[in-house]
Design a protein around this ligand. Sequence first.
Ligand code: PLP
Length: 481
Amino acid sequence: MSKKKREDSFISDRSLQLEENRQKRKKLDKVVLEFANDFVNSISKSKAFHNKSHKKTKQDNLFEIEEKTLKLNEILDIIQQRVVNTGLNPASGGHLGYIPGGGLYSSSLGDYLAAVTNRYAGVFYASPGAVRMEDALINWCGKLIGYDDGFGGNITSGGSIANLIALSTAKKHHDINSKNISKSVIYCSQQAHHSIYKAINTVGLEECVIRQIPLDEEFRISTSNFKDQVEKDAKEGLNPFLLIGNAGSTDVGAIDPLKDLSTICKRHSIWFHVDAAYGGFFTLTEYGKDKLRDLKSADSVILDPHKGLFMPYGSGMVLIKDIHHLLKANNYSANYMQDAVKESHYSPADLSPELSKHFRGLRMWLPLKLYGPEVFSNYLEEKLKLTSYLHKKLLELGFTIVCEPALTIIAFRYNFNCLNNDLLNTALLNYILDDGRIFISSTVLNDKFTLRAAILSFRTHKREIDILIELLKFKLEDLTV
Ligand SMILES: Cc1ncc(COP(=O)(O)O)c(C=O)c1O
């Protein structure tokens, strides 16, 4: 560095490398894009699950941050060996466990642009374009579930945080405080996702009376049980204020009787929250539109675009029927925000606990703009058809279907007619996990070990279902001789 230059700068040339020049960026882009494209090009041959890959290796020490730097190729090799080739591969069409995510390539490009342009998406004053884009997405989703004008929402990092925002809104609306909390009652399905209990805890509702309502034979909240319990509680001087239902439970995809539940809630001024993280986007299909027509009766609903819209992880959404409730729960101001407050447009920061936030809208908006909602609808229709196909094949193999699928989750087990039934079904699962081409998960239903397949990835087609059927058939023959 020349003496003159040194005097003009407070940073060394070496440190200035954080601002890569055009040539350097071109080089980096090429290597990273090649890596990403190799990943996508080989996805149909890649494993859905790397069983027994969780043991720490020497290479894992390279995750540690130190002054010694690595070349980009070396860095990508660590990512390939110790991230991509270990554990679950949610980008695979063979992922039929839990609730599959997606990983649309076009969505990752949206994320890339969001990161490079680094818009301040939490505040309208700072980024009117980003906020308008996210508003358009929230508007589209609200209309999809049948809400009339006047609703509000927020794009969150996932369903857990969306549930949390909905519950904090219900708490604020009903003014649950230290004086009334121990008499206030929350009702939920025995099949409520565990993020609901976390949210109850985080928003400070754990001292409420929490009642899990018994289910009917299809794992839906029993309306009569709920009604009787609310009436009993009200008579005893308690304060019933919140019901949490499911539109697509995690275990079996059950859809609670939304209309009847909402009628009871209205009668008793109970906030009705519906967790539609998994099921919500089936409203894009003809079948789902009908099945989920009463979602609009809920005071709040959550959806997970990283489930039903095939986004990469990090996309959830909360919708609140009356935006003022959401505003009341989240709107704060500060002196240093006075310039932003002048704008007459709500900001995501007014409607959620976040201030600075990832510009999540772009990863969702870009694929929707590129391909249009109908394409997403067609993919979801395919998942419904694949579920019917798998259902039929499982019955042919002699499996018991624990609950008729309302959407695209099938819970099933084989009755080996012996005391080791759970162990033998576990052996079926382990065989599939060891093979690795398909990933399914298990749960416990009616006190019995149960296998489950959830069909939601945009990359899951008939080929993957046929592999699952082959694997089950082969191991079943082995276990039943
Ligand atoms: C029904 C349901 N609700 C909420 C969640 C939590 O969502 P997330 O994992 O996006 O936080 C899940 C996750 O699978 C779910 O299935």
